[in-house]
Write a protein that binds this ligand. Structure first.
Ligand SMILES: [Cu+2]
Length: 283
């Protein structure tokens, strides 16, 4: 028990599990999984890798066998065989079976991604040139929203100094001014749209990648199972600053979420007005 709580404390102290929530140098595989969908994606990726490896080794072995067994020297008088019923049935049925064992988990994954379970909360995300806006719609009370912009080098340095945090806790090109905060273990429905051009809302550790299209409301969901910070990026070339509109989710306990909610409602109470004024000034 003591060991478990020590482990939990150590895990909580870390910004995230290595390779989870953000890319790491020399990372070879997918970012670590933080949601059931992402875990399924990992399993499916491994499963496909096994199938691919077995097929590749089998075909390579056949090729090597043919090269040595049936070359001109080893086999001077070639067989005139043109048909073999058993072999032809086998090389039709076996690939079909392989496709079936791929298709079944593939459709299950699609169903898991597309069927949004009964949500605990709804978050609306709007892709803009070049930042994301978040709206917390249904948390019992007036909705509120805010813009989330990447910290440039100066703002990053200031954040590191003022919050007294390590540089890794405000990673370059990923850290933002306003993180989207969500409670751990809760089903979050995410509605995604675009305000100007097509963007793409992607959070690898959540297993989310969905188009943000102007005039259309796309829907996805996640249930983050571990606290921490999870980053993503726009994955659809959307213009000049496409690379500079990261996504940041901070997953916290229910208590910390409630505290943040109370604070954020105050802080962003007039954010919508401010946004409109900003848009009007830009026109
Ligand atoms: Cu974009």
């Amino acid at each position: 028990m003591a060991a478990a709580s020590a482990l939990a404390a150590a895990a909580a102290a870390m910004p995230a599990w290595a390779g989870t929530g953000m890319p790491t140098p020399w990372q070879m595989n997918l970012q670590g999984a933080a949601t059931p969908v992402s875990e399924y994606i990992h399993w499916f990726n491994d499963w496909l890798n096994i199938i691919i490896t077995v097929i590749t080794l089998f075909v390579a072995a056949l090729l090597v066998y043919v090269i040595f067994r049936f070359n001109e020297k080893a086999n001077p008088v070639p067989s005139k065989t043109t048909h073999n019923a058993l072999l032809e049935v086998a090389w039709t049925i076996i690939p079909v079976l392989i496709l079936v064992v791929i298709a079944i988990p593939s459709f299950r994954l699609l169903k898991l991604q597309l069927e949004v379970p009964k949500p605990d909360m709804t978050l609306k995300v709007t892709g803009k040139q070049w930042y994301w806006s978040y709206e917390y719609a249904q948390d019992g009370g007036s909705p509120f929203g805010f813009d989330s912009l990447m910290l440039d080098e100066k703002a990053r340095a200031e954040a590191i100094a003022s919050k007294k945090i390590a540089a890794e806790e405000a990673p370059r090109l990923l850290a933002v001014d306003n993180e989207a905060v969500v409670p751990v273990g809760k089903i979050v429905r995410v509605q995604v749209t675009g305000a100007d051009v097509i963007h793409k809302f992607t959070v690898p550790s959540f297993g989310i990648k969905i188009d943000a299209i102007p005039g259309r409301l796309n829907e996805t969901w996640f249930k983050a199972e571990r606290e921490g910070i999870y980053y993503g990026q726009c994955s659809f070339i959307c213009g000049q600053n496409h690379a500079y509109m990261p996504i940041a989710f901070r997953v916290v306990s229910q208590e910390r979420y409630a505290a943040w909610l109370a604070e954020a409602k105050q802080k962003f109470a007039n954010a919508e007005d401010a946004g409109h004024k900003l848009a009007a000034a830009a026109q």
